[in-house]
Ligand binder design. Structure first.
Ligand code: 5AD
Ligand code: SF4
Length: 467
């Protein structure tokens, strides 16, 4: 098996639009591509961009693994469970590869970056390993692989990431009125439990002109909502600050809603808070991971804020935008977490009353600082704490949802409801899902909906009138 490092001479000036003769040769064969995606919204967006690049080169997408000529597994390794999921799917593909050796299997994303050559050794049926900074090379590498160049690893970190500037074809997505837009990638924070800085690399911001140009292009295609993505958007430095970028995007005609994720609480400054006071298109929701409510654990996690500081930050956002909804990430069972530490986490949940809380059991990740600490909270205790936390959060979420009954909201309609035939679903500014009876022609439009019932994970409403 050959492992090749391939460097692009001028990655930042590459264009990917013009197919060369080899592309035309493959497109005549109508190679079919199946993409599996694991993990966060960044990976969802990377997969959409990958699909966009392939379709520009004449490949066709397929939903069927068995008929694919090319399979891309876009992976996540933030928690051990996500890593294992990607590995077991990859393992299952070995039988398919044995039956059809011409199949090209490419692994991209965080697991590719983490394991590199090791992945080829453990999974010899994999043909290509493409890391998080090199996704722009994937179509060429796949073309080469279809012609026989297998066993390549391309996973060098670079000082710029050309794939950030690739504009996804939103018409290929299920919600063409919403565009996810990368503003930065990577992380310099090195929270002690987190593998992201090791697999996504240092923070690199995309130039503001490129971000704004992409959003203008989306707006002219009918996109109504932009969702800005980055591991820590608050440390954006693409020629302006993140709050300045929000203000610039706010002035783009056609864009009705702006969302973003993720924010590190330590970097959420007054300028960001002021955006929620000043910018009506900025949605009334912020995702602010707090990870733990215990100051002792926050120090061990290298988070650089205290519980009091976090709670005050929440109040500052509430002052700027009284109806703002909060979501967050939290984990239980970090090394050394005591019952008292856990109670302090529960206390933050009581005080903030998040609408949505993503909660995890701590798992050891390679390369991280916490990997050298004893993983000393027993698995059963981690599970118990998670069950307690999730049970209480379910109650709070339902109570928050019930408080919305009787109110009327602008809802951007996303598509057919998955709950009831004849209904459509959309989102309020708070990111709450609302199902209501309505025509499919409403998809992509903003309508007024009065909430009539609250469920655990969504609301039910009736259409008032088209806004
Ligand atoms: N164990 C458990 N959860 C983790 N997260 C990140 N690293 C770990 C880990 N080692 C969680 C954090 C982060 C979210 C994306 O995943 O809560 O915000
Ligand atoms: Fe990971 Fe912390 Fe960076 Fe978030 S801020 S990606 S948790 S290191």
């Amino acid at each position: 098996m050959r492992a090749t490092e391939l460097t692009d001479p001028s990655p930042c000036t590459r264009t990917l639009d013009a197919p060369d003769t080899a592309d035309i040769w493959v497109s005549r064969m109508k190679a079919r591509v199946k993409i599996f995606t694991y993990g966060c919204q960044m990976n969802d967006l990377d997969s959409l961009k990958i699909q966009t690049e392939f379709s520009r080169r004449g490949f066709t997408a397929t939903g069927y693994t068995r008929e694919a000529d090319v399979i891309v597994i876009n992976t996540c390794s933030v928690r051990q469970k996500a890593y294992e999921k990607a590995m077991s799917n990859l393992g299952r593909l070995s039988a398919l590869k044995r039956a059809r050796p011409s199949l090209v299997i490419a692994v991209t994303g965080c697991v590719a970056q983490q394991d590199r050559e090791g992945l080829l050794r453990r999974m010899p049926h994999v043909d290509l390993v493409v890391g998080t900074h090199q996704l722009h090379l994937l179509p060429d590498l796949v073309q080469d692989a279809l012609k026989g160049a297998r066993g390549r690893v391309v996973a060098e970190f670079s000082t710029c990431i050309p794939f950030m500037d690739t504009i996804p074809d939103t018409t290929l997505s299920a919600e063409p009125h919403r565009a996810y837009v990368t503003v930065m990638q990577g992380c310099d924070n090195f929270c002690s439990y987190c593998i992201v800085p090791h697999v996504r690399g240092p923070e690199i911001s995309r130039r503001a002109e490129s971000v704004i140009g992409e959003i203008r292009a989306h707006a002219s295609q009918g996109v109504r909502e932009v969702f800005l993505l980055g591991q820590n958007v608050n440390s954006y430095r693409g020629g302006m600050s993140f709050p300045e970028l929000l203000r610039a995007i706010h002035s783009i005609d056609g864009i009705e809603r702006i969302r973003f994720t993720t924010s590190h609480p330590k970097d959420a400054n007054d300028d960001l808070v002021a955006c929620f006071r000043d910018l009506p298109k900025l949605c009334s929701h912020i995702h602010l991971p707090f990870q733990s409510g215990s100051d002792r654990v926050l120090v061990a996690m290298n988070r650089h804020y205290t519980r009091e500081w976090y709670l005050e930050l929440i109040e500052r956002f509430r002052e700027a935008r009284p109806d703002i909804a909060f979501s967050a990430d939290v984990m239980v069972g970090f090394p050394g977490e005591t019952e008292q530490d856990f109670m302090e986490t529960m206390d933050v949940i009581e005080r903030v009353r998040f609408d949505v809380l993503y909660s995890f059991k701590y798992s050891v990740r390679p390369m991280t600082a916490a990997a050298s600490l004893a993983d000393d909270v027993p698995a059963r205790e981690k599970s118990r704490r998670l069950v307690v936390l999730q049970a209480r959060q379910r109650e709070i979420t339902l109570e928050n949802n019930m408080r919305r009954v009787g109110s009327t909201y602008d809802v951007l309609v996303d598509g057919a409801s998955t709950r009831v035939e004849g209904q459509v679903k959309g989102r309020t500014t708070h990111n709450a899902i609302v199902n209501f009876t309505g025509e499919r022609s409403l998809v992509g439009r903003t309508v007024r909906v009065t909430v009539t019932r609250a469920q655990q994970n969504s609301l039910t409403g009736v259409l008032s009138d088209a806004a």
